[in-house]
Design a protein around this ligand. Structure first.
Ligand code: IFM
Length: 442
């Protein structure tokens, strides 16, 4: 059996380092008839938006199979499970709790608790209720207040079953991919929208932090940000400038307001009509103290200067994963040390890391040595960051199982468990056994 190898004295081999697996509601649940529609249902119904024309109506049918899925999670020996709550499943159109939806999650949380598995609960992993989008979605400031109300109700309903709350998962993706590039739901295109949506998302985070701090002072409450570190294509000063600008635009834009209470300086260089509508007091709300920062990392990006657009991303070099993302673990260590130097941060959890590979199931087994290699290198990259003084408390593999990979549909497989979507049979991949082995070594 292939193994992940960390240095013998690594703190990542001590029992207080948390290991977990992660999923998200729309990507695994299905059960679409038992909830309100969300923006991803609508996006999937729009021709040519999803590579294989699929949708999330059934997905991994976790809505039916959740009990056996929790047994599967337990079989890895993990300390924690990171899941997300489907907002349109738990809140009805008039803003009240939908008890049937809440009960679904109470069942999951109770079973996790009984098995001593810590629940890391993300409140927003992109499935905005469609009726809120019909009212302007994240371009409407009011949506931030609807999110606060949802966070308030759900944190009261869940009580002490939760170990950690994440307000938002990857607001960059919601804002930029959803409201600027238009390749994610709701598919809005235009530079005049992205930063406006981003500001309302960050406001939603801060408002939710207020109620979580009040309702749930004993849980670890924070936000999950994704980072794709930006590297210059050459040593030329214009390429370096391009990479720095891109970094501010895509990465620092989301962390700086949360931990420094201000946007990067490029704000004033953006055309007025591209700038967000920032009201007095917003940045104080956004920078509400958090108990942790969740960091998601997959790859880096390389930029050269571009006269019109300032920066231009060049094609990533090899080696790449099946989704075309360069495998460059060094950027993970560099990211973590640079965040640690730039900001005064609470403890960090790696809330997602993993790889899409072209898995083949042969004689009932998936021998994904390429994914094992990816995990091995990235776990060691985290180890190196810890050695350099970064306070990292845990690591979550993305993902527990293959699932709906957004605009790629079911074509890209990120799981450490293989899912046969015809039969819904789950098969632990070689990477899953390697993960289990690492966890049991502690
Ligand atoms: O599948 C996604 C997840 O929903 C958010 N982070 C990145 C993953 C891989 O693209």
């Amino acid at each position: 059996m292939s193994k992940f190898l960390l240095p013998e004295n690594s703190v990542m081999l001590s029992s207080d380092f948390i290991y977990g697996v992660a999923t998200a509601s729309f990507q695994i649940e299905g059960g679409a008839n038992n909830r309100l529609p969300c923006i991803w249902d609508t996006f999937c119904d729009t021709p040519n938006k999803i590579a294989d024309g699929s949708n999330g109506k059934i997905a991994c049918d976790h809505y039916t199979l959740w009990q056996q899925d929790i047994e599967l999670i337990e079989s890895f020996g993990v300390d924690a499970y990171r899941l997300s709550i489907s907002w349109p499943r738990v809140i009805n159109k008039s803003g009240e709790l939908n008890q049937e939806g809440v009960n679904f999650y109470l069942g999951i949380l109770d079973k996790l608790k009984a098995k001593n598995i810590k629940a890391f609960v993300t409140l927003y992993h992109w499935d905005l209720p469609q009726h809120l989008e019909d009212n302007g979605g994240w371009l409407n400031r009011e949506t931030a207040y609807r999110f606060q109300e949802y966070a308030d109700l759900i944190s009261q309903a869940f009580g002490d079953r939760v170990y950690s709350y994440v307000t938002l998962n990857e607001p960059f993706c919601s804002a930029y991919l959803g409201y600027e590039a238009g390749i994610h739901a709701p598919g809005i295109v235009g530079k005049e929208y992205g930063k406006k949506a981003a500001h309302h998302l960050l406001l939603a985070h801060g408002l939710a932090m207020q109620v979580l701090t009040k309702n749930s002072p004993d849980t670890l409450n924070g936000i999950v940000l994704n980072f794709t570190p930006c590297y210059p294509a050459s040593n030329k000063s214009e390429d370096k400038f391009a990479a720095e600008f891109a970094d501010d635009y895509f990465n620092q834009w989301y962390i700086k307001p949360v931990f420094d209470g201000q946007y990067p300086e490029i704000l004033s260089q953006l055309p007025k009509e591209h700038q967000p509508d920032i009201l007095e007091g917003d940045l104080a709300i956004i920078s509400h103290p958090t108990d942790f920062l969740g960091v998601n990392f997959y790859t880096r990006a390389i930029y050269r200067a571009d006269e019109q657009e300032i920066f231009f991303q060049i094609d990533p070099p090899e080696p790449r994963t099946d989704i075309g993302w360069e495998i460059y673990p060094q950027a993970f260590t560099e990211l973590l040390t640079s965040l640690n130097e730039t900001y005064t941060l609470p403890p960090i959890y790696i809330t997602e890391n993993g790889a899409a590979m072209d898995d083949k199931i042969i004689d009932g087994a998936v021998n994904d040595l390429d994914r094992i290699d990816y995990y091995n290198k990235h776990l060691n990259a985290v180890h190196n960051a810890i050695e350099q003084g970064v306070n990292i408390k845990g690591y979550f593999a993305w993902s527990l199982m293959d699932n709906f990979e957004w605009a790629e549909g079911y074509l890209k497989r990120f799981g450490i468990v293989y899912v046969d979507y015809e039969t819904q049979v789950r098969t632990i991949k070689a990477s899953g056994y390697a993960y289990k082995n690492l966890i049991s070594q502690r």
